[in-house]
Design a protein around this ligand. Structure first.
Ligand SMILES: Nc1nc(=O)c2c([nH]1)NC[C@@H]1CN(c3ccc(C(=O)N[C@@H](CCC(=O)O)C(=O)O)cc3)C=[N+]21
Length: 283
C-alpha cells in the first residue's frame, strides 16, 4: 500500500478562504477580530513561527499585533502586559509564544491570560472544559489534527488511536479530543517499554515526540493513518518525527512535514480568534 498524503496546507488554504469571508461579514457588523502575539527573546525558530502567524492573519484580513520583548524581560513586566491586553476591548486573542525564557514561569503566564482570550486553549479553565466535553477553545494543533481527520473522512469512533508524546501542548489534549469522539486512546512516551508493540496496534498513530525519525514503517500497522506532529530543524530543514518514505509504504494516509499539521495549527489559531471576537461581541 502507498499511503494517500493528507496536505494540511491545502486544507488550511481552503479554510482560510472561508474565514476571510467571515471576517468581512464581521467588519460590516463593526467587529474587528484582533490577535496579539507576544514573543520574548531572539530564538530564530520561534521568530519564524511567529512570522507565519502574522502572515496568515494578514491574509485573512484579521487585525494582528506583534509585541517583541527582550530576553531579559521580567516576569512581572510580562504579567503587567498581559493584564493590559486582558482589559483592552479591541483585543480578542492573546498568544504568548512558547517556550518563554527560563526565568519566567510558563504556567504563571498561561494562567494570567483571560480564559475568554486564550486562543491557544492552554488555560487550566479551558483545559478543564475540554476534559469535561464542553465547548471551549481547543489547543490549535490537536484541533487542527481533528479537522484534518474529519475532512479526510476518517471516522475515529471505535478506532484505536495511539499517541506518542504527552506534552500539555499536543500529546495530552489530542488524546482528550480523540476520546471525546469515542476513539480508544493509548498514550506512549519516553518511558514506554517496547514502543513498537503499541504503535503497531494503532489504527490512528499520532506522533508528537519531538524526535526526528523516531517512527518508521516498522512501527506502523498496514492501513493505519499516520499523523506527524514533529517540528524539528535538522541541518536547517524542517522535518517531522516520522520517516516519511518507509511509513508511506505501510499506511493508508499520512501527513507530511512541512505542509501537514503546521499550517492547520495556524489556521485553528485564526479560527479561535474569530470565535473569541464573536463571543465577546455576542454576534
Ligand atoms: N503559544 C504557542 N502556541 C503555539 O501554537 C506554538 C508555540 N507557542 N510555540 C511553537 C509551536 C510551533 N508551532 C508551529 C506552528 C506552525 C508551523 C507551520 O506552519 N509550519 C509550516 C512550515 C513553516 C516553516 O517552514 O518554518 C509547515 O509545517 O508546513 C510550525 C510550528 C506553533 N507553536
Amino acid at each position: 500500500m502507498v499511503a494517500e498524503v493528507i496536505y494540511g496546507k491545502q486544507l488550511a488554504e481552503n479554510l482560510r478562504e472561508e474565514m476571510k469571508q467571515e471576517i468581512t461579514t464581521l467588519h460590516e457588523k463593526g467587529v474587528h477580530p484582533k490577535l496579539v502575539v507576544v514573543i520574548i527573546g531572539e530564538d530564530p525558530a520561534s521568530k519564524s513561527y511567529v512570522k507565519g502567524k502574522q502572515r496568515a492573519s494578514e491574509k485573512v484580513g484579521m487585525d494582528s499585533d506583534l509585541i517583541e520583548l527582550p530576553e531579559d524581560t521580567s516576569e512581572q513586566d510580562l504579567l503587567d502586559l498581559i493584564s493590559r491586553l486582558n482589559q483592552d476591548d479591541t483585543v480578542h486573542g492573546i498568544l504568548v509564544q512558547l517556550p518563554v525564557p527560563d526565568h519566567i514561569s510558563d504556567q504563571k503566564i498561561i494562567e494570567a491570560i483571560d480564559p475568554s482570550k486564550d486562543v491557544d486553549g492552554f488555560h487550566p479553565e479551558n483545559v478543564g472544559r475540554m476534559l469535561t466535553g464542553q465547548d471551549t477553545f481547543f489547543p490549535c494543533t490537536p484541533y487542527g489534527i481533528m479537522v484534518m481527520l474529519e475532512r479526510a473522512a476518517i471516522d475515529v469512533e471505535g478506532k484505536h488511536a495511539v499517541i506518542v508524546g504527552r506534552s500539555n501542548l499536543v500529546g495530552k489534549p489530542v488524546g482528550q479530543l480523540l476520546l471525546n469522539k469515542n476513539a480508544t486512546v493509548t498514550h506512549c512516551h519516553s518511558r514506554t517499554k517496547d514502543l513498537k508493540s503499541h504503535t503497531k496496534q494503532a489504527d490512528i498513530l499520532i506522533v508528537a515526540a519531538g524526535r526526528p525519525g523516531l517512527v518508521t514503517g516498522e512501527h506502523v500497522k498496514e492501513g493505519a493513518v499516520v499523523i506527524d506532529v514533529g517540528v524539528n530543524r535538522v541541518d536547517g530543514k524542517l522535518t517531522g518525527d516520522v520517516d516519511f518514505e518507509s511509513a508511506q509504504e505501510v499506511a493508508s494516509h499520512i501527513t507530511p512535514v512541512p505542509k501537514g499539521v503546521g499550517p492547520m495549527t495556524i489556521t485553528m489559531l485564526l479560527h479561535n480568534t474569530i470565535k473569541a471576537a464573536k463571543r465577546i461581541h455576542r454576534v
